[in-house]
Write a new protein. Structure first.
Length: 335
């Protein structure tokens, strides 16, 4: 088998048909030398029922407590027989021609662990998208040789096996960066092709502030802290410290928040003191609004930074991170 496309899902009944059909079309482009696998984290809607109508494999978790961003890839791997593995989110659609180009790159360079193309975001009016695209070092737009394949890529299975596991099931986000760090310190390369689009991404169309709250509830916000905690003492820890740009940004916000709290806890020494505290709180909003040339984006940027600073600290200190190499309890829903 040439390629295994793993679609990781949790309650995706509205988009799953589109994702599966685009995957089957992509497999057809490579002369049917592939398979599509649905990795389900115990969906409670009609996701599995709908997926069962297609010629694909379906594997499902047994325990709800095993849910995480990193579990989908690992769950799919138990059923994958391909030489190359692609992880697709259910809100994505393959673009024609990508799989052929990626396979060619991997077959011509045996030092390549993975290849990605450009992600075509369909929700371009969201503040979240505008912020992501405005960052010069954003992993979503970096091209050439990269540290990680954000938003998915086609991986060489032998490369994944050489670093013990695919994605860290204990992480609520940044699992792709963690994988990239392990691959890079083990001598592998990853590449994003500038001129080749890979998938269309249909991101959340909800209020950006509601999205931040949703990320707190889902645990996504804790990903950077969990990544730091899980990588501490590992061979890729220094790589993470050096290359994880969001960590430094969130740490800066953490220091600002701590300074504000200390200021608020001090005994008042008059109106001049409180004016200083007020201006100190206001300063980041003013600076970011000027930098972004938009009050709306400036306010959102600082608010999001504050949320992620909270996630960095709590994610690092909360509980223990799950062992990424423990066997997964799963059942076959369809072979």
């Amino acid at each position: 088998m040439k390629v295994s496309i793993i679609i990781k899902v949790l309650n995706e009944e509205k988009t799953i048909s589109r994702a599966i059909e685009s995957s089957l079309t992509a497999i057809k482009e490579i002369n049917y030398e592939g398979e599509v696998i649905l990795a389900d984290s115990l969906s409670t809607d009609r996701t599995v029922e709908i997926a069962s109508n297609y010629p694909i494999k379906i594997v499902q978790l047994v325990n709800e407590s095993d849910r995480s961003c990193g579990i989908g890839a690992e769950l799919g791997m138990v059923a994958a027989t391909g030489e190359f593995i692609y992880i697709l989110d259910a809100d994505m659609v393959f673009i024609k021609g990508f799989l052929l180009q990626a396979l060619k790159m991997l077959e011509n360079d045996l030092n390549l662990a993975g290849v990605a193309g450009m992600v075509q975001e369909q929700n371009k009016n969201s503040i979240e998208f505008k912020e992501r695209m405005s960052r010069k070092k954003s992993a979503f737009i970096a091209v050439g040789e990269v540290s990680a394949l954000a938003m998915g890529g086609l991986y060489r299975k032998t490369a994944l096996e050489s670093v013990k596991y695919f994605t860290h099931r204990g992480l609520n986000s940044y699992e792709e960066f963690e994988l990239g760090a392990r691959l890079r310190v083990n001598g592998w390369k990853m590449l994003r092709m500038k001129e080749v689009p890979s998938v269309e991404h249909y991101g959340y169309k909800i209020n950006p502030y509601k999205l931040l709250i949703k990320r707190v509830k889902s645990g996504y916000i804790y990903g950077v802290g969990e990544l730091l905690r899980s990588s501490y003492g590992q061979a890729h820890f220094l790589f993470v410290l050096k290359n994880l740009t969001p960590m430094r940004v969130f740490l800066g916000y953490s220091i600002w928040i701590l300074s504000v709290l200390i200021g608020l806890l001090l005994v008042s020494i008059g109106y001049v003191y409180w004016l200083y505290v007020f201006l100190f709180i206001l300063l980041p909003f003013v600076v970011m609004s000027i930098k972004k040339r938009s009050v709306e984006r400036g306010v959102y940027s600082v608010t999001a930074g504050t949320f992620h600073a909270y996630g960095l600290v709590v994610g690092f200190f909360k509980g223990s991170v799950k062992n990424p190499v423990e066997p997964i309890n799963f059942i076959w829903k369809k072979k």
